[in-house]
Structure formats: structure tokens, C-alpha cells
Design a protein around this ligand. Structure first.
Ligand SMILES: [Zn+2]
Ligand SMILES: [Zn+2]
Length: 360
């Protein structure tokens, strides 16, 4: 190994659900022959990172489910950086280029990977939850090129825009699942960072009307700025009634659920028309109760899920760069890695933030 190779780095390390530590001198991962080592520029804090740090059973397991994460690991999957070292087998990259990677690290061998459906890869390794796939809350990240979907990021893309590549890619996949046509009245429930990515991309699909719902007015203002035709706060407006009025009593054609709150599911099922399309994006903290006969007997709905961001990064990078996808003001605050606890607190949104990120 050459003498200039860095030995230690600042890193946030998760040792257990209750033990996250800032390490000022954590060992820099070795850059193997098939690896790229990037110097991290920034890493967004995701709701998933918060849930994991709060010890959620879907990450750490409980009586009914096994642990999915493999500690010790460095959190963070919303990262990008510049190439610092390149393994000798890796072709097509240069030191100093900027890259981002899909959050999932496909195994390449399971049934899903072998049929091109890499985002549902069975072992489901995601950067930032496994010691073999450490994430971006460290000065360096090892990218194993054989298990990574790598994308080049233009040099001139502003830091705040590049941070939105991962979230907006998830937004795009969700909206693609909705198959929006130009005669569709689309209701999107939830205008957080991911919801805003859905607004700006859904607008590119030219729906007849794009209606955005959220309980926080500040988010609705941003949704309007990003292209929503109508914004409503369900705590102030009877949204089901308004949609029925607007559609001669039929209901909306498409409902996208991006809040993770059971009431948003029930509301969507009420306002969607017969033969409509319901897309579920969110992660919920508990079960939702709903009369399932709406799906079959009453309305014959298409109910679809959306997970991660298959094949979405190239489009998102290109359209953030050319300004078609709006990003202004979404990254609302950045922190140094030393301040990770404060960053995680702001990332809950309790001070009115959209995306909070670590900046190196
Ligand atoms: Zn995320
Ligand atoms: Zn796989």
C-alpha cells in the first residue's frame, strides 16, 4: 500500500442499537483490487437512519424477527464523494471524479439480481447498515464495484443538489409506479423531502391536476413552488369532500401515499375512484386498519408498492443538473460529523427542516 494512503478517518460508528459513537480515528477501509475508495463530500440523514438509531425492531430484531443490520457499521446511504483511490482491476474511473451509488449493494447471484430486479436483491445489503458495506457518515467510503451501481456526478453540481440524488431517485421510482397520464387527477399525500421529489417529477409527467396534501403549511408552500396545482392541509380542509366535488363524485385517479400515517391510507382509499391506482411508498411504525373490501368488492383497485430507486439515478442526475427537477431549499441545514447528534435531532423535522445532511 502506498505511503500516502490515509490510515484513520473520522467516522460515526454504530456498535449496537444503543451505542453510536463518533470515532476520531477509525481505520480507513482498505481499497481492494475491485474497490473504489471515495472521499465523502456529504451524506444526508434519512428517516431510516433515525429509526435505526432509535433501535427499531426492523433493523435490530426482536422476538418475532431476526436482526437485519450487522454491526459495527457506519450509517448513511445518501452519500456522494470524489474518487481518492482505485483498485487495480477497476476500469472506467479516474481519481477526482465525483460519484454516487445506489443505496443497495446487489449480490448479483439471487433470483432477483439475475433477472435485472437488483433493487429487491434477496440478501438486501444496503450501504450504511453492514460492516461490509459501511455508509457515508465517515470521511472515506469503500465502494466494492462488483456489488455497486455507480453513477458519475457532474463536477459543477452544487453540494445541496447532489445530496438529493438518492432521495429523488426513490421519489422517481414511486411516481413511475403510478403511471401518470395527462388526464389523471393525482393526489400526493406527504410533502417531506421524498414527497417534494415526487412533486417535481410528477409535474414532468403532466397530470391534469396535481394535488398535494400535508399537515404542515411550510411543506405545502414548497410543494406549490415545485409545481403542485393545489395544496391542502387536511387539518383545515375536508380533503375527501373537496376531491369528490372536483371530480363530479368519482374520486381521484391516482393516490400516492408518502406520509407513513394510517389516516393517510384510509383517506386515500376514500377519495380514490373505482379502478384507480393506489401507490404506497411509506414505512409505517404500526399496522393500519382498513376495510379491505374497498380494494376488491367496492372499487377493484390497483394497489402498488414502491421500494428504492431501480434504474433511476441517471435520469435524476441529468434532470437535477439541467434544472427540470427542482431542489432549491430542500437541504435546509448541514452539520459536521462531530455534531451528528444534533444533525439527527434536526432530521426528525421538529424544527421545520426538510433534508438535513452531514458535510465534510
Ligand atoms: Zn434514505
Ligand atoms: Zn441479489
Amino acid at each position: 500500500m502506498d505511503m500516502s494512503y490515509p490510515k484513520t478517518m473520522k467516522a460515526l460508528v454504530a456498535y449496537s442499537a444503543t451505542d453510536y459513537r463518533f470515532e476520531p480515528e477509525y481505520p480507513v477501509p482498505e481499497c481492494g483490487d475491485d474497490d473504489i475508495l471515495i472521499k465523502t463530500e456529504g451524506c444526508g440523514v434519512c428517516a431510516g437512519d433515525l429509526k435505526c438509531q432509535h433501535g427499531a425492531a426492523m433493523y435490530w430484531g426482536d422476538e418475532t424477527q431476526p436482526s437485519w443490520v450487522e454491526p459495527p457499521f457506519i450509517p448513511g446511504h445518501e452519500f456522494f464523494g470524489t474518487i481518492a483511490y482505485i483498485g487495480k482491476n477497476v476500469k472506467g474511473y479516474e481519481i477526482g471524479e465525483r460519484i454516487a451509488v445506489d443505496q443497495i449493494a446487489p449480490c448479483g447471484e439471487c433470483r432477483f439480481c439475475k433477472t435485472g430486479k437488483y433493487w429487491m436483491c434477496q440478501p438486501h445489503r444496503i450501504f450504511g447498515f453492514f460492516s461490509e458495506y459501511n455508509g457515508g457518515m465517515a470521511e472515506y467510503v469503500r465502494i466494492p464495484t462488483k456489488h455497486s451501481m455507480i453513477h458519475k456526478v457532474p463536477k459543477e453540481m452544487p453540494f445541496e443538489s447532489a445530496l438529493l440524488i438518492e432521495p429523488y431517485s426513490c421519489s422517481k421510482h414511486c411516481v413511475d409506479r403510478a403511471q401518470i397520464g395527462c388526464e389523471d387527477i393525482v393526489v400526493l399525500s406527504g410533502a417531506g423531502t421524498l414527497g417534494l421529489g415526487m412533486v417535481t417529477y410528477a409535474k414532468m409527467r403532466h397530470p391534469k391536476k396535481l394535488i398535494v396534501l400535508d399537515m404542515i403549511d411550510k411543506r405545502l408552500e414548497k410543494a406549490k413552488e415545485f409545481g403542485a396545482d393545489i395544496v391542502w392541509n387536511p387539518s383545515k380542509v375536508n380533503v375527501v369532500e373537496e376531491i369528490m366535488k372536483m371530480t363530479d363524485g368519482y374520486g381521484c385517479d391516482i393516490y400516492i401515499e408518502a406520509t407513513g400515517h394510517p389516516s393517510s391510507v384510509v383517506q386515500g382509499m376514500q377519495m380514490i375512484r373505482k379502478l384507480g391506482r393506489f401507490v404506497e411508498f411509506s414505512v409505517f411504525s404500526g399496522p393500519t386498519s382498513l376495510d379491505w373490501s374497498i380494494i376488491g368488492d367496492r372499487k377493484e383497485l390497483d394497489v402498488l408498492g414502491a421500494h428504492l430507486s431501480p434504474y433511476c439515478y441517471p435520469f435524476v442526475i441529468e434532470n437535477i443538473a439541467n434544472g427540470n427537477l427542482k431542489t432549491t431549499g430542500v437541504v435546509s441545514r448541514t452539520f459536521s460529523l462531530e455534531e451528528w447528534e444534533t444533525a439527527f435531532e434536526y432530521a426528525t423535522g421538529k424544527y421545520g427542516d426538510f433534508k438535513v445532511a452531514i458535510k465534510f
